[in-house]
Ligand binder design. Structure first.
Ligand SMILES: Cc1cc2nc3c(=O)[nH]c(=O)nc-3n(C[C@H](O)[C@H](O)[C@H](O)COP(=O)(O)O)c2cc1C
Length: 196
């Protein structure tokens, strides 16, 4: 069975640099034999998490769908834009909803537990959104994911892509593909270990 990877970005903007970066990493994962599902978080139509809303209306359909997608995949590939030195509210909101308990998931973290994640980022700034990766890694660790060391923080990203949304610089493109490949390989190894 090929490893199944769920890929999403913390921005749903049409021209999102992080969604373009994600697409490159997805190519790498697929080349390494993974089956990848790409989700656009805005399509989940999630309200901002609020305990009263949860109590009165239960789980929003989009949150449940996202949680189920995480549960049915073996690893996460996340492109994380940087907002004020952290990761975006859209990404935090989706992860917060997915971490809430349900009747079949008492801790709320069952879908994440023991799985791998890779984090990448792109920004017009020189650091390429690296600070958002650090902030996100802390949250991912808290909810039970292990983040692989391979990453890319693509700086000056507003100038990095051509008209076909491909990274122009060959070395950066290879490094981005390599993150997807590494996640596919590590996930395959983890699954093989679980079966053995
Ligand atoms: C509210 C806000 C805060 C931002 N803060 C940062 C920041 O701290 N560091 C940074 O590198 N870029 C920052 N940016 C610029 C984003 O990196 C840039 O808008 C990027 O294109 C967003 O990702 P996207 O293209 O995938 O939507 C910020 C943008 C916004 C809207």
């Amino acid at each position: 069975m090929p490893p199944k990877i769920l890929a999403f970005a913390g921005s749903s903007r049409r021209e999102s640099l992080n969604r373009k970066l994600l697409a490159e990493a997805v190519e790498g994962a697929e080349a390494a034999g993974a089956e990848v599902t790409v989700v656009r978080l805005a399509d989940l139509d999630l309200p901002i998490y609020d305990g009263d809303h949860e109590e009165e209306h239960g789980f929003p359909a989009g949150a449940l769908a996202f949680k189920q997608q995480i549960a049915t995949h073996d690893a996460l590939l996340i492109a994380s834009p940087e907002h004020n030195g952290g990761y975006t509210a859209q990404l935090k909101n989706a992860l917060d909803w997915a971490s809430r308990p349900t009747d079949t998931d008492r801790t709320g973290l069952g879908a994440f537990k023991g799985k791998l994640a890779a984090v990448i980022s792109a920004s017009p700034g020189l650091l390429g959104g690296l600070r958002s990766q650090t902030a996100l890694q802390i949250s991912l660790h808290k909810i039970g994911l292990t983040v692989i060391p391979e990453n890319i923080a693509l700086g000056s990203a507003h100038q990095a892509f051509d008209e076909n949304h491909k990274i122009k610089d060959e070395r950066s493109r290879r490094s981005t593909h390599a993150v997807g490949e590494a996640l596919a390989r590590a996930t395959r190894a983890l699954l093989a270990g679980k079966e053995a």
